[in-house]
Every structure is written in structure tokens, then in C-alpha cells.
Design a protein around this ligand. Structure first.
Ligand SMILES: C[S@@+](CC[C@H](N)C(=O)[O-])C[C@H]1O[C@@H](n2cnc3c(N)ncnc32)[C@H](O)[C@@H]1O
Length: 244
């Protein structure tokens, strides 16, 4: 793991997750429950249930946070060839590292998913959970496509948007509400990070369009069903980079 401070363009995100890191698991569990009626463990299980056949695969988990996804994949599939967790927030990785046993094969990298420091076609599977809304999705998809090997796969799980949420007025209102909610519940970095994330939230249709534009095929988008009627369904996206 490098000590270098990565790209600064997402400073609110880095500050927010640096503060959140010590209590990340608890907070995420209660936020997922509040917004979707889901526990974090349920989300992990859903992701894992779709992670078949990863034996001998090279896997990159983008925006890995405290590396709960790499840990879960590896404990369910010890024969993975390579497991890398990449995140822009050093503190998340640092605390995540403490939970890994000594000699864990998980490689950690503090870097931006928008400039992935790996050569093209380096991975067979790329995962990314609860994080695309913090990024420029077009750039992210471009980078994901580049580092996915031919016949490799990407899997994304994140918040979704309904058509109503795409309305500019509704979006502005939700943005202000999100800002105020996180300002009072958390702090100003988190409030900015979540308010800035709003424009990156997409409908399933928009995801499909942008995945196709980025070059992916065999796109499968599943709505995971929010148990809270006022919040759009989270989505699970799977897509392939076809062989040449
Ligand atoms: C809600 S957490 C999700 C962490 C993890 N995927 C999980 O499911 O537990 C969002 C993470 O995205 C990371 N993140 C946001 N923008 C990023 C970027 N451009 N590159 C890498 N990581 C990023 C944050 O640092 C944070 O750790």
C-alpha cells in the first residue's frame, strides 16, 4: 500500500470517508437499513451469490473501502488467483488492513478508480459496491473497460434512480435534503460528498446506455428492491467485455 495521497479532485469524499472509517461497518449497516431496508450482510450475500466461477480469476474491487468485499470473495473462494482492493481513502484501507489476518493475499492500493494504475486487460472480474455515485461514471466505465480482460466481467451494485428522481427539480430538492440530512447526522464533508453524488445516480436505462457506449456487452441490470417505498431500488449490474 502506498502512502501517497491520491488525486485530490474528490477531497470531500476523502475527508468524509476518513472520518467515517472507524465506524464504517456500523454506519453503513444502519444507512442501508434506513434507506433500503437492507443490512450490509444482505448486500454482500447478493454480490457473492452472483460471483460464480471466480477460481483462478484476477479480481479488482474498486472503491473497496475496508476491503469487506475482497475478504468475503476470498473466504468463499480461496482459489482466486489475485485479489486487489483499490480505494482513494487511505484511512479506509489502513483500518481494513488491520482486520485482515497476517499474510493475507489481498493486495491494497490507494488510488483513484478514475485512473486505475494497472495495465489494460489486467483483470477477469471487477467489482464495485456502493461507490459509483461518488464518481464521474463515464470516466469510471472507461477505466473499468480498459483494465478488464477480454471475456472478463464487471459487477456493480449501487443506488439507482427512478424517472421521478431524474427530474431536475426533484433532483435539486433531494440534493438539498441529502445535504441537510448528512450535515446534521454526520458533518460537512459527508454532506458535500453525498450532495455532490446526486447527479451521478442513474436509472437502469441510463446505465445500460452508458455501459454500451463504453463497449460492454451482455449487460444484465437487476433491480434489488428497496423495502422503503420512498427510495428507488438499488441496482446490480453485470456486463462483459467481449473477446476480440
Ligand atoms: C460507501 S463506501 C463503499 C466501500 C466498499 N465498496 C463497501 O461496499 O464496503 C464508498 C467508498 O468509495 C471510495 N471512493 C470514492 N471515490 C473513489 C475513487 N474515485 N476511487 C477509489 N475509491 C473511491 C471511498 O473512499 C469509500 O471508501
Amino acid at each position: 500500500m502506498t502512502d501517497d495521497v491520491p488525486v485530490k479532485e474528490q477531497q470531500h469524499v476523502i475527508d468524509a470517508f476518513t472520518d467515517l472509517a472507524p465506524e464504517y461497518e456500523k454506519k453503513m449497516d444502519s444507512e442501508l437499513n434506513l434507506f433500503w431496508g437492507w443490512s450490509y450482510a444482505e448486500l454482500l450475500d447478493t454480490l457473492l451469490a452472483n460471483c460464480n466461477d471466480v477460481q483462478e480469476k484476477r479480481i479488482l474491487d474498486l472503491a473497496t473501502g475496508k476491503m469487506m468485499i475482497p475478504r468475503a470473495i476470498l473466504s468463499a473462494n480461496p482459489l482466486v488467483k489475485q485479489m486487489v482492493g483499490l480505494d482513494i481513502t487511505y484511512r479506509m484501507l489502513e483500518l481494513g488492513k488491520k482486520s485482515l489476518g497476517k499474510g493475507s493475499p489481498i493486495e491494497m492500493l490507494c488510488a483513484s478508480a478514475l485512473e486505475i494504475p494497472f495495465r489494460s486487460s489486467s483483470f477477469d472480474l471487477i467489482t464495485c459496491a456502493l461507490a459509483t455515485h461518488h464518481m464521474d461514471v463515464k470516466k469510471l466505465l472507461c477505466e473499468m473497460f480498459r483494465v478488464t480482460d477480454f471475456n472478463g466481467q464487471v459487477m456493480v451494485v449501487d443506488v439507482g434512480a427512478s424517472k421521478t428522481w431524474m427530474n431536475p427539480l426533484v433532483r435539486s430538492i433531494i440534493r438539498v435534503l441529502a445535504f441537510l440530512y448528512f450535515l446534521f447526522r454526520e458533518n460537512s464533508s459527508r454532506a458535500w460528498a453525498e450532495a455532490e453524488a446526486l447527479p451521478n445516480i442513474r436509472t437502469a436505462e441510463k446505465w445500460e446506455e452508458e455501459l454500451e457506449e463504453a463497449g460492454f456487452s451482455e449487460i444484465k441490470i437487476q433491480k434489488l428492491q428497496s423495502r422503503r417505498p420512498w427510495i428507488p431500488d438499488p441496482i446490480l449490474i453485470q456486463a462483459k467485455r467481449k473477446g476480440d
